[in-house]
Design a protein around this ligand. Structure first.
Ligand SMILES: Nc1ncnc2c1ncn2[C@@H]1O[C@H](COP(=O)(O)OP(=O)(O)OP(=O)(O)O)[C@@H](O)[C@H]1O
Length: 468
């Protein structure tokens, strides 16, 4: 049984000395006496029971009152009371669905999501993602303060472990999104040691948006463009800034440009705004030609247009010098928006070096000096790399539609944008017009969708802009 003459296995006598065997030091294991384990469990149970009425007042109230009624009046009375309550909820849901949703459905959903998703997976996800801290062999986890549900997302408010920072979460949004089975995750900082993790449950931007109604008078600091993921309108500032929209071919740059032009139509009609358009592809902007004060579709004419805008800008600057510090749009001094579709055609792809140089100089002059005298540039670009467009930093506001590579996200939206959840390289190709922007006052990029302005809409706008 033990010996096997034919076997290849070498049997080593236990008494044989193993040469050069290394010493191994093991940390001594001291087993916790069972009584301490039991005490800890009892303590946890008591704490849960004592804190439950404060943490879940409605649920605890319902359970306790049901038990009291059932015990005092019997099961039949309890069943009748519950049926009446259910009927009341049904009537509430049918008659006042939005208040029912806000006050009942979303709260119940939040409790369920807290229990079934976040509380259940919190420790493993955070430990594996590297968000648990260890100190003197104890593990410290950030704590869930609350879970709230909106129509489209779960908002998990978290108390950070002292000594950690919100960026620790921001750089792990991918792990958190996958860990809690959400399509994405964004981190909002509320205050000291207080962050909110936003996990979308569905894509509110999945359906295309029709062209938005045109508002008059036009607010040049908040031009309606489309919708933010959270349901708020997406507005874009045009006066006093320059905007660069970047996206691969078919990403929907046209819808961004046309949504902006559409919103300007009443001001174009009354003469307080002029749109100067450069359309190298001759497909995108030519449809709305009557709306434009100037239009160019070749390299030379585009450069002439840009240099004319520079002269107009400089003339204004000379006139304003010492008298006026800001521009107020009027028919005499209209706000000029220079729209450039595929700006790289002028700055990188045009075969004539002189055209490229002049275009680059003119765009650099307009973007660096035009803000305060009422000249803005709204440009579209496919490839954001420096070799193609080294002027992108002169555009204070940028929009990242679908991009080719992850590395391009930070090129467009600034360092750290991708870490904060702006996954523009992962935008579904079937969602043109979807992109990420940074709104004023917040470093967290917001997912948006531009409204789609159809050819018919453009024709109608062109009639209106011409005053037909
Ligand atoms: N906001 C939008 N909503 C729905 N569909 C859109 C939207 N924007 C664009 N599309 C659709 O996607 C197609 C491509 O859009 P668009 O031409 O604007 O892309 P682009 O980024 O300008 O591409 P290119 O650089 O090749 O011109 C359009 O023909 C249109 O059908």
């Amino acid at each position: 049984m033990f010996g096997n003459a034919g076997s290849d296995v070498t049997q080593v006598q236990t008494s044989t000395r193993v040469p050069a065997e290394a010493f191994r030091f093991r940390t001594p294991t001291i087993e916790t006496p069972g009584i301490f384990v039991v005490i800890r469990w009892v303590y946890r149970l008591v704490r849960l029971v004592v804190l439950a009425p404060f943490r879940f007042p409605v649920s605890v109230g319902l359970i306790v009152s049901s038990a009291v009624i059932g015990h005092t009046f019997g099961a039949l009375v309890l069943a009748i009371m519950w049926s009446v309550a259910d009927l009341g909820l049904l009537v509430w849901w049918r008659r006042w669905p939005s208040s029912f949703r806000r006050l009942v459905a979303l709260r119940v959903l939040a409790a369920w999501r807290w229990l079934a998703n976040y509380q259940r997976h919190w420790q493993p996800v955070l430990v594996v993602a590297g968000l648990a801290e260890s100190y003197q062999e104890r593990q410290y986890l950030p704590r869930i303060r609350s879970v709230r549900c909106t129509d489209w997302a779960d908002r998990v408010r978290v108390k950070l472990v002292p000594g950690t920072k919100p960026e620790d979460f921001q750089v792990r949004v991918d792990q958190l999104a996958h860990g809690f089975a959400a399509p994405s995750c964004r981190v909002h900082v509320n205050g000291a040691r207080d962050v909110t993790l936003e996990f979308p449950r569905r894509d509110t931007l999945a359906e295309p948006l029709d062209a938005l109604p045109v508002e008059s008078p036009v607010d040049l600091r908040a031009v309606p463009m489309g919708l933010c993921e959270g349901g708020d309108p997406w507005t874009l500032r045009l006066h006093g800034t320059h905007v660069l929209t970047v996206g691969v071919t078919g990403a929907g740059k046209g819808s961004v440009i046309w949504s902006a032009i559409r919103a300007l139509t009443p001001a174009v009609t009354d003469g307080s705004v002029q749109v100067w358009a450069i359309d190298p592809k001759r497909m995108e902007l030519s449809y709305g030609r009557p709306l434009f004060a100037h239009y160019a579709d070749s390299g030379e004419s585009a450069v002439d247009l840009l240099e004319q805008a520079v002269s107009r800008m400089q003339e204004r600057a000379t006139r304003y010098a010492g008298k006026q510090r800001t521009h107020v749009p009027s028919a005499a001094d209209p706000f000029i928006v220079v729209v450039v579709d595929e700006v790289a055609f002028l700055t990188a792809y045009h075969p004539d070096r002189d055209v490229r140089r002049r275009a680059e100089n003119a765009i650099a002059t307009l973007t660096s000096q035009g803000r305060s005298v009422g000249v803005s540039v709204l440009a579209a670009l496919q490839d954001p790399r420096k070799e193609v467009m080294n002027l992108r930093n002169l555009f204070p506001d940028k929009i990242a539609l679908r991009l080719d590579e992850a590395s391009q996200v930070d090129m467009v939206l600034g360092e750290g944008a991708r870490e904060r959840g702006a996954n523009a390289h992962l935008i579904d190709p079937h969602l043109p017009g979807v992109g990420f922007v940074k709104l004023e006052g917040s470093p967290v990029p917001v997912r948006v969708r531009a409204a789609f302005v159809s050819d018919d809409d453009i024709t109608a706008m062109a009639h209106e802009g011409r005053g037909d």
